[in-house]
Design a protein around this ligand. Sequence first.
Ligand code: LMR
Length: 392
Amino acid sequence: MLTNLEQQPADALLALIKLHNADPRADKIDLGVGVYRTGQGDTPVFGAIKAAEQKLVTLQDSKAYLGPEGDMAFVEALMPYVFGKDAPKLGGRIDGMQTPGGTGSLRLALAMAQRAGAKRIIVGKPSWPNHAQICKDLGLEITEFNHATSEGRADMDAVRSAIKGAQAGDVILLHGCCHNPTGIDYAQGEWDEIAGLLADSPALPLIDLAYQGLGHGIEADAYGVRRVLVAVPEAIVCYSCDKNFGLYRDRVGALYVMMAQPDQLPAVMSNGHALARANWSQPPDHGGAAVRLILEDKALTVQWLDELDQMRERIRQVRAKLSGAGVAGNADLSPLGHQNGLFSIVPLSKDQVLEMRERHGVYMAGSGRINVAGLTMANIEKFIDAVADVTA
Ligand code: LMR
């Protein structure tokens, strides 16, 4: 039976990890998958996570099952950071559950929306490729709108008409901050307008918040989520701790649902629990427990936020340097300075991306997306020279 299966291509982004590892060149540069790197090119475990893990070893007295919702103390400890300290649970209208990373949260959210009657997902183009892969796997239709203008700003006309054209049965998927892959976010005034449009739309907003703290800080990066949630009756937020706690392979995420009335939540969440049971039964515990221990401890919270500040600061420095280079060959790097988070798109063709890899040992996604954090003061000149070379 299994011979009926056709060979599938490897995930293009994840395949870059292996390609880069296999490259013997000492000066190769990995700008592929989105992991933070220090100025030395490392992706260390956060100090706050290490301390929390030590605590976990000492304090954890059981690894017995918790249930499909995972560690609810973890889910609740994150809520003030996502939804704001002054709006705890928006009057009991928000509930959540733990998921295996942001991908698990998105998978559950989209399956839940589908159970509720969603047929079509409206999403900006380009988006994180896995958004489309999950929708395709679930059999959900996708309609795209243009995310950014050629000047490197958010395309407000496009999102405006996408929301205005949305119908009942549509889900509109927005990136909360640090847009992946463009780094182009909505400004606060733009979020205000989007929230107003969503208030008048029958579409269900689904906000993917996977990089909180890596753009402008924890509070500023939650502006869009919070603004939309006060405007609409129902929304879903998919959260990832994989980047802002550096827990990538531990798969730590959460799904939050906001309903118009608190008494509507149990039925919705019971569907989340049933879907989790049918997919992975229960989320992995370790990373979520470490996050909870950080958020329950003032000193560890300060340490975590400090580490996050340092990451954001380094990303800004790299962006400033790229932007300062101006036009390299034919590629204008200056817009990268005002973009946010780990990713930006360098305007290169597929062939030029391949040349970057083959001639210069620079690994980046086929879309021209780079992980800005893969650049250091030691390799950034080489990268800029390579861009100039392949675009000349
Ligand atoms: C990325 O886009 O590089 C990250 O979100 C990692 C992933 O799972 O794709």
